[in-house]
Unconditional design. Sequence first.
Length: 627
Amino acid sequence: MAVLATATVFTSCNDMLDTDPRKTEVTDAVFPGKVADVESELSATYAIMNTMGGGDSDNQNIWFWWEVMSDDCYGSGGLQDNKVKSLHHLVEMNVNQYAKPYELLYGGIARATTTIETIDNVPWTDGQKSLRNQLLGEAYFMRGLYYLWLTQLFGDVPLITSSVITPEMEEESDAATKIYPQILSDMVSAKNLMGTQRGHGDGHANKYVAEAFIARAYMFWAGFYQGVGELAKGSAPAIELVEQEGCNVASLSKDDVVTGLKDIVSNGGYKLLEDFRSLWQYSNSLLWDEAHDGEGHAYEFIADMDRKNCFDQPGMGNGNSEELFQVQFMNASSWNIGGTYNAQRMYSNYISVFWGLRNGSTAQNGDRNFTYPFNQGWGQGTPSCNIWDDWSAAERSGGAGKEYTDLRKRASLIDLDNELENYTYEKDDCEESGYSVKKYAEVNLDANDANNKSWWDKCEGYSSSSLGNEMQGDHFQDLYLMRYSDVLLMLTELTGDKQYMNQVQRRAGVPETDYSLKAVQDERRWEFAFEGLRFNDMRRWTGKDCSNSQYAPAALQAQRGKQIICLGDKANKRTMEHMTCSWTKRYTDTNGFLAKPQSEIVVKNGKLKQNPGWDAANPETQYKTLY
């Protein structure tokens, strides 16, 4: 388990969490003065991911956002949950709605840049050179990663690579020609500087993590900006890199990216878990034991698993052999941390809260006989009818000409009508599809336990967070950012070599297929459902400035007309309609970018421009009440 182990990774960040390292009383001339100072700086840089992944997730959890913006989720929630519905319909409630990740990511970039600039304030010995390079490589990697996410959210933004900010740096930079070369240069520096020892389940980056994210960043650049929709059959020009420490090559090509991915396969030591369900906390051994104790309540979906493959067994769950990079959480959430980044609940994985069941009618609230083994949450980001319907159609058509069952479908989604037959919707529910997310669902034990304790409450080494609210404070499953299955599927997509994709298919128990772009697109959709990848995959298969019929706008518009449950009324379903115009128009108008915060545009005084499709005077861009 990683509940207590993660504390060693992030505890040191508390003092720095809400302070820009460039503005402390300790000057750069004397800080960092020792190795521990650099480690603290890096912990504060990594902690930005915790702040985004925990706490006020509808304001800042970009991985949740990207699922809600895709065709795999609706906005849903209750009548009052308007932020998530605005994301799903690609509109805004106010001109600063999307400011929080903008602020957070630039905060992380500033911290990483400070480490890069000041690392040699430490009097490193000859024997510490590899440690120095590892820590410097991690700083480069995190800066590149934060810029990747920032540009995927907002497109062209200022490129700031120094703590001394010049007027030129405040100008908006072209993402395709200026920022992506810097992103990939930072990641190449990271790859060449970092070693391979750290980063295996401890929350740090290493050489292999950098190689994997080089591929992800390159593929988005090549697909979205260069219009290479099928990378196995086409190639973007080599991207020119920036000269800096660790970046010892002038350019990066598709072949270089493939070489890096093959290095992970050959030397990384990562492997697919035997059972896909082992990745998710509902497969924990305590729940498995309930299914085999003969006392009545049993979660049959995991009863056929080998107990050694349960989430909390050695090599499974948090820190498993398939996990390259992740956001880790621990039992330290509090109402009292507060600060600049509103981080009081940052140590709990709030995706579990937002995707949790709204738990039926008020009379049933908290009665787990209706929801066992899952418990309550806020019911936002409900899986769409589209993902279930499309997945079922794929099963019926058969990947190799015959009908099949994909374990991942039921391992990823809760089919409420068939798994929780007594589940009743709340009277203010909106955009309900009949499905819920299983991957990150909150799990409890013993349906007759009136206290509804989280399963973590009974696992070895656990103690509850000081939040005093298990539903909000006690979610410690890693948020996966890169799994080994992604390395394999990226390799097939780049090379057309089916052997890598076939490994993922074999693990899922589905027919192995030859390469086609459609096969890779489907495998990525099924394998990574609700893991924050779908929307940007759609965008890179579509390209910038697309037509209405291309992949992303067509898939998004296919939501229209689906039957949904609103206001708890299953007997009188409504049809899904766009809030203001159509998903096609909102996507093609915006290219999938969000509105830049108006507050930042005002401060920059003309140096930062609003993204196309976000004219606040246009009613098509503005939230409208539907239910």
